[in-house]
Design a protein around this ligand. Structure first.
Ligand code: FAD
Length: 464
C-alpha cells in the first residue's frame, strides 16, 4: 500500500471540497482531494445543480419557441422529449468537469479517484476503482462528501418507474404523467421542468403552502404559475404506500386518495454521505440525517478534522457549500479568509424563477417592525417587455423611518441575478443601506435592474 503525506486532505470534490482545496493550496499547503466518482465536480456537477439548471434552461427555450408568435414564421410549436433536453445537460456537465479539472491541475492539487475512509484521525485509506488501496496521511482533513436522496425502506427504488432526483437523470422516455412526491425546492424545480415539457404533474406537498419559508406573496405566485402550467398541487398529503405496477406507479395517500402515473419521482429529503467514512474509527457521531455537527470554524469535535457543505446540513446549497469549504480551509490556514456562512440568498430555479434575501413580510410583522413595501411588476418594464418576460415582480421591504432595506423578494425573469443588487446594498453598514440608493443612482436602461428604481419610488410614495 503506497503512503502519501499531505498538509490537507479533502474528501469530496463538490463545491465544498473544491472551495476548501483551493483555499488551502493558495495558502501554500500541500493538498490532495479524494472523490469516489471518476471525475471531479461532485454531485453538484453530475446529479444536482448543474444538470437540473441545464435541463431547466433547455425547457425554457422550448417554451419560448412554442409560445412566442414570432417563431411561428419558422415553424409550428414542437414537442421535445426528456432525453432530448438531457443531452444538452450532459454537454454542460462535461464542460464543467473540464474547467474544474483544470483548477486542480493549475493549483498542483493531487486528485485521487476512490472512496476514502478514516483509518485514524490523520489517515485516509482510499479504495480506488481498480481495487488498489492508497494511504493518505494529513495534518488536517476536510470532510466534504455531500449528500444523496433519502430513500425510505418502504419505497421500491428498484422499480423501473420509481425515481429519485439522482436516477431521474437516466429517464429514457417522456412520461405523460408524473407524480412528484415532495414539494420542496428540488420537487418544485422538477415540477417546472416536466410541466414545461408538457407532462402532467401531480406535485404532492405535505404542507399547506408551497415553500413556506418564502414570502407568502412569492409562494402564492409560484403556486399560481405552476397550476397555470398543468401542475396539480395536492397539499397536506402523505404517502401510505407507493405501488409499482407494470405500466406505472400508483400512489396511495393517507387521506385515502389514489393517484396513478407513468412515473414517480421521490424528492423528499436528503441524507449526508457519511456511512462509508469510517467515522466510528475516529469517534465522530452523525445525526439521524447522517449529518456531521461542526462549530463556527467548521471544525468537528475532532480538532484536526473539519466538515463543510451538504454533509453538515443547512442550507444544503452549492452556493453556500463553496463558501463553507473555503471558510473551513480558512480556519486551518488562518489567512483571514474564514467567515461563518449564515447569510445565504434563496435561489429557486422554478418557472418562474424565485430569489430572495432578508426578512419576509410575515417575519417583520411578527417582530412589529414598521416597514413599508415597494413593488415593481415586470409586465410594465421595458426590458421585460422586450424579452417577452412579463411574469414577475420585485418587492422591496424597508424600514419606514430609517429607510433601511430589510428584505428583497423577487420572482420572474433573472430573479436570481436581480437579488444580488439588493443584497449588495443590504450588506452596507449603517446609513449606506437605504432604499434611497435606488432613486439616487442612474441605472442602465432598459434593464431588469431598473425594477429597483421602480420599486423604490413605489415604496417611497407610500410614506407620509
Ligand atoms: C436536483 C438538485 C438541484 C439543486 N439545485 C441547486 C441550485 O440550483 N443551487 C444551489 O446552490 N444548490 C443546488 N442544489 C444543492 C447542491 O447540489 C448541493 O448543495 C451541493 O452539491 C453540495 O455540495 P458539496 O460539496 O457539499 O457535496 P456534493 O456536491 O454532494 O459532492 C460530494 C462529493 O463527495 C463524494 N464522496 C462521497 N463520499 C465519499 C467518500 N467516502 N470518499 C470520497 N468521495 C466521496 C461524492 O461522490 C461527491 O462527488 C441542488 C441539489 C439537487 C439534488
Amino acid at each position: 500500500m503506497a503512503v502519501y503525506n499531505y498538509d490537507v486532505v479533502v474528501l469530496g470534490s463538490g463545491p465544498a471540497g473544491e472551495g476548501a482545496a483551493m483555499n488551502a493550496a493558495k495558502a501554500g499547503r500541500k493538498v490532495a482531494v479524494v472523490d469516489s466518482r471518476r471525475e471531479v465536480g461532485g454531485n453538484c456537477t453530475h446529479l444536482g445543480t448543474i444538470p437540473s439548471k441545464a435541463l431547466r434552461h433547455s425547457v425554457r427555450q422550448i417554451m419560448q419557441f412554442n409560445t412566442n408568435p414570432m417563431f411561428r414564421q419558422i415553424g409550428e410549436p414542437r414537442w421535445f422529449s426528456f432525453p432530448d433536453v438531457l443531452k444538452s445537460a450532459e454537454r454542460v456537465i462535461a464542460k464543467q468537469v473540464t474547467s474544474r479539472t483544470g483548477y486542480y491541475a493549475r493549483n498542483r492539487i493531487d486528485v485521487f479517484f476512490g472512496t476514502g475512509s478514516f483509518a485514524d484521525e490523520h489517515t485516509i485509506e482510499v479504495v480506488c476503482a481498480n481495487g488498489v488501496v492508497e494511504k493518505l496521511v494529513a495534518k488536517q482533513i476536510v470532510i466534504a462528501t455531500g449528500s444523496r436522496p433519502y430513500r425510505p425502506v418502504d419505497v421500491d427504488f428498484h422499480h423501473p418507474r420509481i425515481y429519485d432526483s439522482d436516477t431521474i437523470l437516466s429517464l429514457t422516455h417522456t412520461p405523460r404523467r408524473i407524480i412528484i412526491y415532495g414539494a420542496g425546492v428540488i420537487g418544485s424545480e422538477y415540477a417546472s421542468i416536466f410541466s414545461g415539457l408538457g407532462v402532467l404533474v401531480d406535485l404532492i406537498d405535505n404542507r399547506d403552502q408551497l415553500l413556506s419559508f418564502l414570502d407568502a406573496e412569492i409562494s402564492d405566485a409560484l403556486s399560481y404559475h405552476l397550476r397555470n402550467n398543468n401542475v396539480l398541487i395536492r397539499h397536506n398529503e402523505e404517502y401510505e404506500s407507493v405501488e409499482g405496477v407494470e405500466n406505472g406507479v400508483v400512489l396511495h395517500l393517507k387521506s385515502g386518495k389514489k393517484i396513478k402515473a407513468d412515473a414517480f419521482l421521490w424528492c423528499n429529503g436528503r441524507t449526508g454521505n457519511t456511512d462509508q467514512l469510517g467515522l466510528e474509527n475516529i469517534g465522530i457521531k452523525v445525526n439521524s440525517r447522517g449529518q456531521i455537527e461542526v462549530d463556527q470554524n467548521y471544525r468537528t469535535p475532532v480538532s484536526n478534522i473539519y466538515a463543510a457543505g451538504d454533509v453538515i446540513g443547512w442550507p444544503s446549497l452549492a452556493s453556500a457549500a463553496a463558501d463553507q469549504g473555503r471558510s473551513a480551509a480558512g480556519s486551518i490556514v488562518d489567512n483571514g479568509s474564514w467567515r461563518f456562512v449564515d447569510d445565504v440568498p434563496t435561489g429557486i430555479y422554478t418557472i418562474p424563477e424565485i430569489s430572495s434575501i432578508g426578512k419576509t413580510e410575515r417575519e417583520l410583522t411578527q417582530a412589529k417592525i414598521p416597514y413599508e413595501v415597494g413593488k415593481a411588476f415586470f409586465k410594465g418594464m421595458a426590458r421585460a417587455q422586450i424579452s417577452h418576460e412579463p411574469v414577475g415582480m420585485l418587492k422591496l421591504l424597508f424600514h419606514r423611518e430609517t429607510l433601511e432595506v430589510l428584505g428583497v423578494h423577487c420572482f420572474g425573469y433573472q430573479a436570481s441575478e436581480i437579488v444580488h443588487i439588493g443584497q449588495a446594498i443590504m450588506n452596507q453598514k449603517g446609513e449606506a443601506n437605504t432604499i434611497k440608493y435606488f432613486v439616487n443612482t442612474t441605472f442602465n436602461y432598459p434593464t431588469m435592474a431598473e425594477a429597483y428604481r421602480v420599486a423604490a419610488f413605489d415604496g417611497l410614495n407610500r410614506l407620509f
